[in-house]
Design a protein around this ligand. Structure first.
Ligand SMILES: [Zn+2]
Length: 471
C-alpha cells in the first residue's frame, strides 16, 4: 500500500514592488535622522520632586491573535487595522471562492507583520522572516499526498502588512489549502495579483500607477514568454520562480486581467484555471489555440490603452460579426454604443471607394452630461470615429461626424466608436444608429435625426463568446 508523503512547498513573492518604494523609504529614514540631528539639544533643568516619578515608557505593540470566519491572523497591527484587514480578506475570499467554485477548506493562518522588531526570534520561520524583511511575503503550503492525490493541505501566510501583500498571499493560501495546487507560475502569480485589486462588481483596472506607467512605457512582453513562465525548467533556460521581479508580476497580472474580464475569453479561462487547480493536463494552447491571434491582438490593444478605470469588458472586440462588401443601394446599419470600444459595422471597405454615412441619435460623455450628436464637442470628444482592421492590424483612427462621406485609409473591416478617453468609457450613455453605403450608388442617405433607430438588417449575433473566432 502506498504510504502518504508530506510535501512542503513554498509560494514566494518577493521583489514584486518597484525599487523606488524602498529607495523612498530609505530617503525618508535619512531625512528623519537629519531632522532630529538638527533639533537643538533640550536643556535639562533639574526640577524638584520625588525621585521615584514614573518613568515614561514607549509601549511596543505585541503581536496578538484575531479571528474571522476563515482566517486566523497573528499580527502586530493595531486592533482596528487588524479587523479591517480581516474584513478585506474575507471579502476577497468570498469572491475568489465563488470564482473557483469551491468553498475554502479549513482556516487560513496568516502572520502579518507591520514592524518586524516586535516579533521575537523564533516566532517566524526563516523563510517568512526573510521575505517580510524584503517587504514581501511567502505562503508555505504543506500537503499530505498519496501518489498524485492530495489528501490534505495546510497553508500559512507570512506577509508584510503593506502593499496588499496579505491579500496576494491569501489567494495562494486559498488555492494551496483548498486544492493542494496553485497552477503554473504565470497563472498563480497573475491571479494572486488580481486578488489584491478585486472589488465586488468592479471589473475596471485598479492596479497601482507604477504598474500602469511601466506597462505603457515598454514594448509588450510577448504572450509566449509569459506563458513559458510556468515554473518548469527548459533546455538552456532557468525555470521562472516566484518573487522574481515586480515587472514580471505586472505582465502576469495583465494577461490574467485581460482573460478574466474579456467576455470573449473569460468562460474558457475560468475552466482552464479550474483545471490547473485540480491537476488537469489541459494547457493554454489546448484551451485557446484557435483564438491565439485574437488574444494576442486584444492583449496588445489592452496594454496600449489601459489606465486606471479601463474596462476590458467594454473594449472587447466582436470577432463573430460577419463582414461583407456593400452591395450598393441597401445601406448597412450599425448600432454604436457610447460606452463601448471599437464596434463592428459588418462593412468591408476599400480605399478606392467612398462611403456615405448618417448617424442618428444622441450620446453623453458622462452620467447627466449634455446630449451630443455624432459631431461631438469642439475638442473632438464625443465625435463618431472609425478605424479599419485588416489581418489583426489597425489603421490610424479617422474622424467622422453625424453626416457625410469618407474614403477609408486602407482596405478592411470598418469599426466605429464614440471618441472618448479609453479609461473613461464606463459612464458614457446613449448610442447612435449609423447607416453606411457606397457613395454615388442609389438614393442618398437621409439626414440624421436625434433619435437612434433600431437596426433593421444584420441583427447582432447572439453572444457566444467562448467560441469566438475571427472570420
Ligand atoms: Zn505570489
Amino acid at each position: 500500500m502506498m504510504q502518504p508523503r508530506v510535501i512542503l512547498r513554498i509560494l514566494a513573492t518577493c521583489g514584486r514592488r518597484p525599487l523606488r518604494v524602498a529607495v523612498l523609504l530609505l530617503c525618508l529614514t535619512a531625512l528623519s535622522t537629519l531632522v532630529s540631528a538638527r533639533e537643538p539639544a533640550s536643556k535639562k533643568v533639574p526640577l524638584p520632586g520625588p525621585s521615584d516619578a514614573p518613568v515614561k515608557t514607549v509601549k511596543v505593540p505585541q503581536p496578538a491573535d484575531f479571528k474571522s470566519t476563515h482566517f486566523l491572523l497573528h499580527t502586530d497591527l493595531p486592533s482596528k487595522e487588524a479587523h479591517d484587514l480581516l474584513n478585506r480578506l474575507e471579502t476577497m475570499l468570498k469572491l475568489i471562492a465563488n470564482y473557483w467554485g469551491h468553498p475554502p477548506l479549513g482556516t487560513i493562518e496568516c502572520y502579518v507583520v507591520k514592524d518586524l522588531s516586535c516579533w521575537p526570534e523564533g516566532v517566524l520561520p526563516a523563510q517568512g522572516r526573510a521575505k517580510i524583511q524584503q517587504g514581501a511575503g511567502v505562503t508555505l503550503v504543506e500537503t499530505l499526498n498519496r501518489g498524485n492525490q492530495t489528501v490534505a493541505a495546510k497553508a500559512v501566510v507570512y506577509a508584510t502588512a503593506d502593499h496588499g501583500t496579505p491579500q496576494h498571499e491569501a489567494v495562494h493560501a486559498y488555492c494551496g489549502q483548498t486544492f493542494g495546487k496553485t497552477g503554473p507560475l504565470w497563472y498563480s502569480e497573475g491571479m494572486a495579483e488580481m486578488g489584491q485589486y478585486w472589488h465586488p462588481g468592479d471589473a475596471s483596472v485598479r492596479c497601482p500607477d507604477y504598474m500602469i506607467k511601466y506597462i505603457r512605457s515598454v514594448p509588450p512582453k510577448p504572450l509566449a514568454e509569459i506563458l513559458a513562465e510556468d515554473g518548469m525548467p527548459r533546455p538552456g533556460k532557468q525555470a521562472a520562480f516566484s518573487g522574481d521581479s515586480w515587472q514580471n508580476y505586472a505582465w502576469r497580472w495583465a494577461l490574467c486581467h485581460l482573460l478574466e474580464n474579456n467576455p470573449n475569453y473569460a468562460p474558457r479561462f475560468r475552466l482552464l484555471g479550474a483545471g490547473f487547480l485540480i491537476g488537469s493536463h489541459v494547457g493554454f494552447d489546448e484551451a485557446f489555440g484557435a483564438m491565439r491571434d485574437e488574444i494576442a491582438f486584444e492583449y496588445r490593444f489592452f496594454l496600449r490603452h489601459m489606465d486606471a478605470g479601463y474596462r476590458v469588458d467594454l473594449c472587447s472586440w466582436d470577432w463573430k460579426r460577419k463582414f461583407n462588401r456593400s452591395s450598393g443601394e441597401t445601406p448597412k446599419v450599425a448600432r454604436v454604443a457610447a460606452n463601448r470600444g471599437w464596434q463592428a459595422t459588418g462593412a468591408l471597405v476599400s480605399p478606392d471607394r467612398s462611403y456615405e454615412f448618417s448617424a442618428s441619435g444622441t450620446w453623453q460623455l458622462s452620467k447627466g452630461g449634455a446630449d451630443l450628436s455624432a459631431d461631438g464637442q469642439s475638442d473632438g470628444a464625443g465625435r463618431l470615429e472609425g478605424v479599419i482592421l485588416n489581418d489583426f492590424k489597425l489603421s490610424q483612427p479617422f474622424a467622422l461626424s453625424s453626416y457625410g462621406k469618407f474614403a477609408p485609409p486602407t482596405e478592411g473591416k470598418l469599426y466605429l466608436r464614440c471618441a472618448d478617453k479609453w479609461h473613461e468609457l464606463a459612464d458614457n450613455k446613449g448610442g447612435m444608429t449609423v447607416k453606411l453605403k457606397l457613395a454615388g450608388v442609389g438614393p442618398k442617405l437621409g439626414k440624421p435625426t436625434g433619435k437612434a433607430d433600431e437596426p433593421t438588417d444584420e441583427p447582432e449575433p447572439e453572444p457566444d463568446n467562448a467560441t469566438a473566432k475571427a472570420d
